[in-house]
Ligand binder design. Sequence first.
Ligand SMILES: Cc1cc2nc3c(=O)[nH]c(=O)nc-3n(C[C@H](O)[C@H](O)[C@H](O)COP(=O)(O)OP(=O)(O)OC[C@H]3O[C@@H](n4cnc5c(N)ncnc54)[C@H](O)[C@@H]3O)c2cc1C
Length: 280
Amino acid sequence: MAQKAALIVFAHQSPASFNAALRDAAVQELSGQGFRVTVSDLYAMNFRASATQDDIIGDLKNPDHFQYGDETMRAWTEGRLSDDITAEQRKLEEAQLIIFQFPLYWFSVPAVLKGWFDRVLTQGFAFSLQKIYSKGVFKDKKALLSFTTGAPESMFQPDGIDGDINVTLWPLQNGILNFCGFQVLAPQIFWDPVHCPAAVRAQMLEGWRARLGGLLMEKPLTFAPCELFDLSFQGGFRLRPEVKEEQEAQPFGLSTGHHLGKPLPPGDQTRAPSAGGNRK
Ligand SMILES: Cc1cc2nc3c(=O)[nH]c(=O)nc-3n(C[C@H](O)[C@H](O)[C@H](O)COP(=O)(O)OP(=O)(O)OC[C@H]3O[C@@H](n4cnc5c(N)ncnc54)[C@H](O)[C@@H]3O)c2cc1C
């Protein structure tokens, strides 16, 4: 049987950071389980964040009006994407498990990781008009956001000053990972490692190591599958009328994004259904 492969996309500047310790723990645990682990250390690689015409080798289709999506799709088809993008695409293709390890920046990922998403997940390679969401390209791969925050958990509650963390996670987990078809595992959140006592950080590391042991057995988060939507331009890619009708009787929205004007399903973006977080 082929060796399992994992990719850790790492976005922190310092090898002395808590994020680096979390990355190292993952490399160690997954290697111990027989994974071949590759790390893309984005700052160390000087990975470029901006999506520009330098990402394309050779002539542009329309140099007068550069359209990144069109040009990269064409370049991907013809094998003319820049070497750094192609290298990351190869690593992603080979991995069954992808962990994104980063500190939360402005409720999102650091720019260098956003650049990785912008530049590596090109049309054709990571999605097409026919291959999105539950029909997505990477439906056999698992992906997980593992991140640290500066805020304590209380601030990211529905009544906390930062608002519900489930809302914060929706664009990343639905708009990027689920959009490309990944099975999204529950995020691993390390709340405020900067201000907590050393003993708590040690527990966080231990908890992470323990979770890594059973990661591939975990159920992913649930997202609304394509079948629930009218996937036509006339239908506007909206929920089918019979699904909407069915949902009327439900106490919660279908998902954080498809809330249908109702309370958000608790833990929708933070807990897999088996952990008792979701509706149904
Ligand atoms: C531009 C920007 C935007 C931000 N936006 C947000 C935001 O929107 N929301 C939010 O909540 N936060 C935000 N933050 C804060 C940021 O998320 C935190 O500063 C970051 O997550 C902390 O993680 P770190 O790895 O950098 O911590 P570090 O400071 O590297 O580490 C924390 C502590 O862990 C120690 N440590 C290192 N290795 C180990 C080890 N092996 N074992 C035990 N301890 C160890 C370190 O010495 C340090 O004392 C932002 C920060 C910046 C710079």
